[in-house]
Design a protein around this ligand. Structure first.
Ligand code: CAA
Length: 294
C-alpha cells in the first residue's frame, strides 16, 4: 500500500454464495449488485409475487443497460441464472453471508436475526442493511454476535458507491475485514462507521430532508427548494425528489429513530411526512409522493 494508505482488506473466509432477505427496493438492488459481481445469490421473500418483483426490478435495469449498449442478452441470462428466489428462509442454510434488507422495524429484524442464527451455517456472516437501528441489538438476538455486522447500502444500490460497514463491540475483526473485502469486490467503497443511530450519512442527510419539508410547510414551493439545492450545492436531486426515491415510509422510520436517539427537538418528523405516509403516498414506488409520477 502507498504511504498513508491502509492496506487493501483481505478475505479471511470464503464468500461464494450470498443470501439476501427481503424483496423491496434495497433488497432488489443488493441482489443485483452481488449477482453482477459473479456471486450466486439466494434471496428470500414472503410470496412468489414478491420474488417476481425482484426479478422484474433487475430485468428492467439490465434491459436499460443493454439498450444503452452495455451488456448483452447472454450476460443478462447468465446473471439471472445465478439467482435463486425462495419463500423459505431454510434456503439460506448454506450461504456464506446473509444480507438482511427487510422493513426498518426493530421487532421484525430481531425476530429474523434469531431465526437466521438457527438457520445459517456456523461461521456465516449475518449482515444487516439497517440505516438507523442498533446493529448491537441484532447481534444480541443471536448466539453469535461476533458474526453480526452492518453493511449499509444506499438507494439505488446498483449505482451508489458507498457502503457503510458498521461494527459493534462484539464483531470479530476477521468478519469486519471480510465484509470490507466483499464490499470492494462488488465495486463499492467501504467506510467504517460506529454503531450509532444514522451512522454517518443518514445522520447528516435525514435532518436536512426533514428540514426541507418543514421549510415547504412555511409556504416555499417544493420545486423552488429542489431547484435551489440542485443549482447551488451540486446535489444530483433536490430534497423532495430524493425523498420520493428513498420512500417516505423509510424516511419517516429513520427520522423517528434519530429523534428518539438524540432527542433534538428539531429532529421531530415533519407533519407533512407523517401525513404522506398515512395517505400511502410513499414516493416513486407508489406512483405518488411529494411529486406525482403517474
Ligand atoms: N437502478 C439501477 N440503476 C439506476 C437506477 C436504479 N433504480 N436509477 C438510475 N440508474 C442508473 C441509470 O441506468 C444510469 O446509468 P448509466 O449512467 O450507466 O447509463 C445512471 O444510474 C444515471 O441515471 P439517469 O441518467 O437516469 O439519472 P440521474 O443522472 O438523475 O441519476 C441517480 C440517477 C443515480 C439516482 C441520481 O439522481 C442520484 O445520485 N441521486 C441521489 C441518490 C442518493 O442520494 N441516494 C442516497 C439516498 S439515502 C439512502 O439510500 C439511505 C438510506 O438508508 C435509505
Amino acid at each position: 500500500a502507498a504511504a498513508g494508505q491502509a492496506p487493501a482488506p483481505e478475505f479471511k473466509q470464503d464468500i461464494a454464495r450470498v443470501g439476501v432477505v427481503g424483496t423491496g427496493t434495497m433488497a432488489s438492488g443488493i441482489v443485483q449488485v452481488f449477482a453482477q459481481a459473479g456471486y450466486d445469490v439466494v434471496f428470500v421473500g414472503r410470496s412468489q409475487e414478491k420474488l417476481d418483483g425482484v426479478y422484474g426490478y433487475i430485468t428492467k435495469n439490465l434491459d436499460r443497460a443493454i439498450a444503452k449498449g452495455r451488456g448483452t442478452e447472454d450476460e443478462k441470462a447468465n446473471l439471472l441464472g445465478r439467482l435463486t428466489g425462495s419463500t423459505e428462509r431454510e434456503a439460506l442454510g448454506d450461504v456464506d453471508i446473509v444480507v438482511e434488507a427487510i422493513a426498518e422495524d426493530l421487532e421484525v429484524k430481531l425476530e429474523l436475526f434469531g431465526d437466521l442464527d438457527r438457520i445459517a451455517k456456523p461461521g456465516a456472516i449475518l449482515a444487516t442493511t439497517t440505516s438507523s437501528l442498533p446493529v448491537t441489538k441484532l447481534g444480541e438476538a443471536t448466539g453469535r454476535p461476533e458474526s453480526v455486522i452492518g453493511m449499509h447500502f444506499f438507494n439505488p444500490a446498483p449505482v451508489m458507491k458507498l457502503v457503510e460497514v458498521i461494527t459493534t463491540d462484539a464483531t470479530a475483526e476477521d468478519v469486519a475485514e471480510t465484509t470490507r473485502a466483499l464490499t470492494a469486490n462488488v465495486g463499492k467503497i467501504a467506510v467504517s462507521a460506529g454503531d450509532r443511530s444514522g451512522f454517518i450519512v443518514n445522520l447528516l442527510l435525514f435532518p436536512y430532508l426533514n428540514d426541507a419539508i418543514k421549510l415547504h410547510e412555511t409556504g416555499v414551493e417544493m420545486t423552488v427548494i429542489d431547484a435551489a439545492v440542485k443549482e447551488t450545492a451540486g446535489f444530483p436531486m433536490g430534497p423532495f425528489e430524493l425523498l420520493d426515491v428513498v420512500g417516505n415510509d423509510v424516511s419517516l422510520a429513520i427520522q423517528k429513530e434519530l429523534h428518539g436517539e438524540f432527542g433534538e427537538p428539531g429532529f421531530a418528523p415533519a407533519a407533512t411526512l407523517e401525513a404522506k405516509v398515512a395517505a400511502g403516498e410513499l414516493g416513486r414506488k407508489t406512483g405518488k409522493g411529494f411529486h406525482d409520477y403517474s
